[in-house]
Write a protein that binds this ligand. Structure first.
Ligand code: 5AD
Ligand code: SF4
Length: 441
């Protein structure tokens, strides 16, 4: 058996991440904060002195997964009471009281703006839990370089928080107000990534295209980042349709490094529901935007988010959503059943669509999207694309994988001398809804 040797100067921390890319990026910041304070990484909960869960509150299902994990960790805490256990992120912010009732053994509860204080909080947690869920409209962690993993692609936080307050969404409450990282910090950080061999950056933010720092808007930021030598590809997620200014479309159209790929969350194809969701645009405005994007950025891939079964959604509203999905023909889509969230504006409205009906609508929509994804990918057969190689394909057998400019997974037989970070031209031979089988062109 592996004897654990505790070293108080270098406690071992095991950090588990749930939820979106923002949380993955935040965990890299947490990891950097703790490393500076002398912590080292544990391989698993078994050899950890500190176990941290970075959590998501976007839907009930996300919270249930974490609550399940907390029940497992309760057993760990029973057998090794000296292990400190912490809950970080959106769930900590969302429902700390309910969580402390369900998991009284927690030593640390830290919201997304409290990570700087984590070493202190972990150190002071004793009989009482150390709790900090203050939101701080000034906190951007701009001076902390996250512990980026290896790989050709890095996800870089450009802005934090959200001011949109869509009726269904808990994000503005748990992540606080919009704030942008100064361009100089982003330039420095991405410059360092390029020097380490990163070829592609994905700029992150809850409404990333609302980025603004002084006179620098998101379109200008894209142009600045494109000037960094070594960075070959730039993407961003997630933009808000209401913030897709001409300057951004222009940067996408004219700057070759900005890739022809856009995630544009639609949420619903019914104006009545969009109004109830307080999304701030109509279906006609959304379609007009799609038209302009497609006209100016040839070959652009579009993806979206859809919620089915929002309070008040009738069958006729749902049919409007399917009609728009057909009309636009998204390359891919994330589709969700509406989940009522406490604190949101829609909380008091209710939840009029039954779970069964939400399930039926979701299944129908997924089937439709698979049809559309397959058609979009099949249309690429015979065409050539530059693929940024990421490494061996999961299926093995000498196959390699990478992404096309449209962020589609391309699989091709590897050849001598081509490896991660290289760009190769491929021709698409066949397609599924999820990937493109290619040969080197
Ligand atoms: N229920 C279901 N889906 C939600 N999303 C956000 N809030 C909810 C909710 N309460 C979805 C939206 C958003 C994506 C990140 O998650 O589609 O774009
Ligand atoms: Fe949530 Fe709307 Fe903000 Fe997106 S824009 S994070 S859906 S409130």
């Amino acid at each position: 058996m592996n004897e654990r040797v505790a070293n108080p100067a270098h406690p071992r921390v095991y950090l588990e991440t749930y939820g979106c890319q923002m949380n993955v990026a935040d965990s890299q910041t947490v990891s950097a904060v703790l490393r500076r304070a002398g912590y080292v990484n544990a391989d698993g909960v078994e050899d950890a002195d500190v176990v941290l869960l970075n959590t998501c509150a976007i839907r009930e299902h996300a919270e249930e997964k974490v609550l399940h994990r907390l029940r497992e960790l309760a057993r760990l805490k029973n057998s090794r009471p000296e292990v400190k256990i912490g809950l970080l992120g959106c769930m900590a912010q969302h429902n700390r009281v309910a969580i402390m009732e369900k998991a009284a053994f927690l030593d640390v509860v830290a919201g997304p703006d409290s990570y700087r204080r984590l070493p202190e909080m972990i150190g002071s947690a004793g009989f009482d839990a150390s709790i900090d869920v203050r939101l701080d409209r000034g906190e951007t962690y701009a001076d902390i370089t996250p512990d980026y993993g290896g790989g050709v692609r890095a996800y870089v936080t450009a802005m934090r928080g959200c001011d949109k307050f869509c009726a269904f969404c808990v994000v503005p409450y748990v992540r606080g107000r919009e704030r942008s990282i100064p361009p100089a910090d982003l330039m420095r950080e991405i410059g360092e990534l390029a020097a380490r061999g990163v070829k592609e950056v994905v700029l992150l933010g809850q409404t990333v295209n609302a980025y603004r720092f002084g006179d620098t808007d998101f379109g200008a930021l894209l142009g600045m980042i494109a000037s960094i030598d070594g960075i070959e590809r730039i993407r961003f997620t997630s933009p808000h349709p209401g913030e897709m200014s001409e300057s951004i479309i222009d940067a996408m159209a004219t700057e070759p490094k900005v890739q022809p790929q856009l995630h544009l969350p639609l949420q619903s194809g019914s104006d009545r529901i969009l109004t109830a969701m307080e999304r701030g645009y109509t279906v006609a405005q959304y379609l007009d935007l799609v038209g302009r994007v497609r006209a100016e950025i040839p070959g652009v891939a579009l993806s979206t988010d859809i919620i089915v079964g929002f309070h008040g959604e009738e069958e006729s509203d749902f049919e409007l959503t399917t009609a728009i999905m057909r009309e636009v023909g998204f390359d891919s889509a994330f589709m969700f059943k509406y989940s009522v969230r406490e604190h949101t504006r829609a909380f008091r409205l209710g939840d009029s669509v039954s779970e069964e009906e939400k399930g039926r609508r979701l299944t129908a929509l997924i089937a439709l999207q698979e049809e559309m994804s397959l058609a979009r990918n099949r249309a690429m057969v015979g065409h050539k694309f530059p693929v940024l190689v990421e490494g061996s394909a999961r299926r093995g057998g000498g196959m390699m994988a990478g992404k096309t400019p449209q962020f589609k997974t391309a699989i091709f037989r590897g050849v001598e001398g081509i490896g991660a970070g290289d760009t190769v031209n491929v021709r698409v031979d066949s397609a599924t809804g999820h990937s493109l089988m290619c040969s080197i062109a």
